[in-house]
Design a protein around this ligand. Structure first.
Ligand code: ATP
Ligand code: MG
Length: 184
């Protein structure tokens, strides 16, 4: 699977200033007091991977991910998150598979929606979602479980739980491609 090596963000939720985090191989823990932004960092990953639901980002509309201002800082109009990936084992879809390092960015401009870039080239949300879905199949897949979701998984209806497990197993990309093929 591709290894996440860096997370860069600015204007995203509480991370108003340019912030860069190195992600080393192995386990990473984020520690800090309540409200310091731990969940916001995990959400930044999920958002740059193509999340479409504002609710899953704990907002009512997608613009809510943009820094909304604080007592001494005015609100921003742009948020941007970049994930750097080590693609040396070349697991991503062919159109992106020509380099060992990949940078996937998503940017949102207030009132104008999101745009994506892969290694500086404009990309579709769909291609970014499939890039992550495909680069993580099987037991080593990327699965993000948010705070409070464990209870939801336990209490979910069997069909919903299957959806969550499929996502964790990394086969969602295959399903959504099959769905697209059936619509054609
Ligand atoms: P806990 O330990 O309670 O889970 P946490 O470290 O996960 O806390 P987060 O939920 O990531 O904390 O961060 C919450 C903080 O982010 C709050 O102070 C909230 O005001 C701030 N925040 C969220 N969205 C925005 C935004 N759009 N603009 C500015 N601040 C924001
Ligand atoms: Mg949290």
């Amino acid at each position: 699977m591709v290894q996440f090596t860096k997370l860069r963000l600015h204007g995203f939720k509480s991370f108003v200033d340019h912030t860069e985090l190195l992600i080393q191989p192995g386990m990473t823990g984020i520690v800090g007091p309540n409200g310091c932004g731990k969940s916001n960092l995990v959400e930044a990953l999920r958002w740059a991977m193509g999340e479409t639901s504002a609710k899953r980002m704990r907002g009512s509309e997608m613009d809510d991910v943009i820094f909304g201002g604080s007592v001494n800082r005015p609100a921003r109009n742009v948020a941007e998150v970049t994930i750097c990936l080590d693609n040396s084992d070349r697991k991503v879809p062919a159109q992106f598979n020509d380099s060992d390092d990949l940078e996937v960015s998503r940017r949102i401009d207030r009132g104008e929606g999101s745009s994506y870039k892969v290694n500086g080239k404009d990309s579709r949300a769909r291609d970014v979602q499939l890039l992550f879905a495909d680069s993580a199949t099987g037991a080593q897949s990327t699965a993000l479980v948010s705070q409070g979701r464990i209870g939801a998984i336990i209490n979910a209806k069997p069909t919903d739980r299957r959806g969550l497990l499929e996502e964790a197993a990394g086969i969602t990309g295959l399903h959504s491609r099959r769905h697209e093929a059936e619509l054609r």
